[in-house]
Design a protein around this ligand. Structure first.
Ligand code: FE2
Ligand code: FE2
Length: 285
């Protein structure tokens, strides 16, 4: 448990917000350079990933690892593009990423699963490079994936009306939801996709897997847009207790939750957007 890695450099490639000159879309993707590795975490819907990396000087073809946080279209739509441009990359995801899934609001079912192009691209990844992440794994010393995250807190749910069938008979536990953690000398840096397992469940589990390291930073979607006041309040309380130095809410966190984060945790909260880079060396921008 003593492996520490040097400061990662994390660039948001795709987000609901984007810096000037970049495409914004409802989706999420980040580029992580750490310990000589180049990991892509999620792919957005596809269109933003086709243009934003080049404008940011990120060479997707140099990715050695693609991680999928879960199978929603706004995280997996660019999978075929990545597999085409970085054919040697290892792919890590839970087998449930390919499950058909739906959001049902006002009686209307909307498919929100992985697009067919991504499904067939995954089929072409050679088995030795396709890692079904059904349990925690370290992709390199000090760099880990949680695998499925235990849902220990009753106040945290998947965050929306999600089902595995269009009739709404079977709710979707989103068992594939996973997070990336990196153990640095300042503590853990945790990257989440949509936090469907709950952001506090996720942080606590990453902490446990990494040998109890403190949380230095958390970056990604917290999916609190449809959360109850109780859930938001309890999440703020738990985050305050965890005491991260940097919190970067992105993507599906929800505006009210971002306001609450700012009120609660002040300067430590920096709203994410495509084009933002975090170097974890005291010079983040
Ligand atoms: Fe999402
Ligand atoms: Fe999602």
């Amino acid at each position: 448990m003593s492996d520490l890695v040097g400061a990662p450099r994390i660039t948001i490639l795709v987000d609901n917000k984007a810096n000037d000159g970049l495409l914004a879309e409802h989706g999420f993707s980040v580029w992580v350079e750490v310990a000589g590795r180049r990991l892509l975490f999620d792919t957005g819907q596809g269109p933003a990933l086709a243009g934003n990396p080049g404008k940011l000087g990120v060479a997707l073809h140099a990715a050695d690892t693609l991680v999928l946080s879960h199978g929603h279209y706004d995280h997996t739509g660019g999978v075929s593009l990545v597999i085409d441009s970085a054919p040697a990359a290892h792919v890590y995801c839970h087998p449930a990423v390919t499950t058909p899934r739906y959001a049902i609001r006002n009686g209307a079912a909307r498919p929100i699963g992985m697009p067919e192009s991504a499904r067939s691209a995954l089929e072409w990844v050679p088995p030795e490079r396709l890692h079904w992440t059904t349990r925690p794994i370290e992709v390199a010393p000090g760099i880990g994936l949680t695998g499925p995250i235990p849902r220990l807190r009753a106040y945290e749910d998947v965050g929306g009306p999600f089902f595995v069938d269009g009739e709404g008979k079977h709710s979707d536990p989103i068992d594939d939801d996973l997070a990336l953690w990196i153990r640095t000398d300042r503590g853990l840096v945790v990257v989440v996709g949509c936090s469907h397992a709950g952001v506090i469940n996720t942080l606590k589990y990453a902490q446990r897997l990494s040998g109890g390291s403190r949380i230095h930073a958390v970056l990604g979607g917290f999916h609190l847009g449809e959360a109850s006041e109780t859930r938001v309040a309890r999440t703020m309380g738990a985050l305050t207790a965890l005491g991260p130095d940097l919190i970067v809410p992105c993507h599906c966190t929800g505006e009210l939750a971002v306001d609450k984060l700012r009120q609660t945790l002040g300067e430590r909260v920096r709203l994410g957007s495509a084009g933002a880079t975090y170097t974890f060396d005291g010079d983040d921008r």
